[in-house]
Design a binder for this molecule. Sequence first.
Ligand SMILES: Cc1ncc(COP(=O)(O)O)c(C=O)c1O
Length: 417
Amino acid sequence: METIQNLPKINKKDFPLLENNFNSENKIIYLDHAATTQKPIQVLAKLDEYYRNFNANVHRGAHQLSTKATEEFENARSLIAKFIKANSTKEIIFTRNATEAINLAARSWGEFALKENDEILLSVMEHHSNIVPWQMVATKNKCKLKFVGIDQNGKLDIDDLKSKITTKTKLVSLLHISNTLGCCNPIKQITKLAKQKGALVLLDACQSLAHQKLDVIDLGIDFLAGSGHKLCGPTGIGFLWSRKKILEEIPPFFGGGEMIKDVYEKTSTWAELPHKFEAGTPAIAEAIGLAEAIKYINNIGLDNIKEYEKHITKYLFEKLNQIENLEIIGPTPQIDPNRASLATFYVKGIHSNDIAEILDSKGVCIRSGHHCCQPLHRHIGINSTARISMNFTTSQEEINIFIEKLKETISFLTINS
Ligand SMILES: Cc1ncc(COP(=O)(O)O)c(C=O)c1O
């Protein structure tokens, strides 16, 4: 059996929750990193430091606390810009989460730019966050939604995409890595096809940002939605990136303090980027905490993370494939070497909720259900799956324990075994 060494820079003790027993005899085994990641002590300490030492509103006060809070908040913005290789810090708009980032693109850009009979191209594997906002815009602006399917290997069907993209397509909005199938979509190839038809591309990078390097310019995309809590950062913080030219052209969606230049009784003018899109007091502590999380990830190195996760994913697949009646959905690591370090599966005759509940009683946290991907589950004809999702903290030993407990669970739930 291959022995997989933990990443040298990972100290499990950095993650207090992963050292916790809760109600179990042993430490919990957390395998739900695609839903949200655990937070290292460095992030917890930064949140504490902000509230203890320099809690103040940003961009407003003339006092030193506000100056310090503003400096840290704006440094967080620059760090995010560098993290995704954006051309300018002004192109990063803070939001509450990735869902809000996609809604912002849909309301500010979509409602402004889309005309009757224009088409928006999505895929059946999209998270609801990248479907529902476009349904709302499509209804309002009388546009059409089209969906790209998946191929026999559980990857995006590129031929289907080619057949559905036309000069009527104004936006292709896709996830980078599927939170359910785990496949990594060939974004560079897709942006090339989109540009040929004059369409913009939005990338939902929720499941890729913490797992591989990403360069918005090299990918050729026009919008990117990111989420802090999936990057070892706090909840309540996400961001939208877009090109300065686009952001300057489109109207803001939220109105209020902070986003204005001048307010008159009946009209207002807008602040410069990025503030034009950030009405009200932002999530200051959360943005600063997210910057600390990105520093933590940068210190480990995304190339090291990607390499490590490749090994544990291959190992997990080998182990799961040995279990009778268990089917994994999505491409194998051999078919998609860039796939996510997660596996979504079902066991014939057993509901995934039962598997997740029994595993939970054994101290193993996994997810079950539709994972906010109802269209995908309908497309493949299964209403519920179980998902185990890993990250750089997941050890080979944890995978072994999970497999052992999964086998016990299946055997317990199988009638006539
Ligand atoms: C692919 C994908 N897109 C969007 C989201 C929504 O992210 P957030 O919770 O930050 O709104 C998720 C969260 O699970 C996701 O996995």
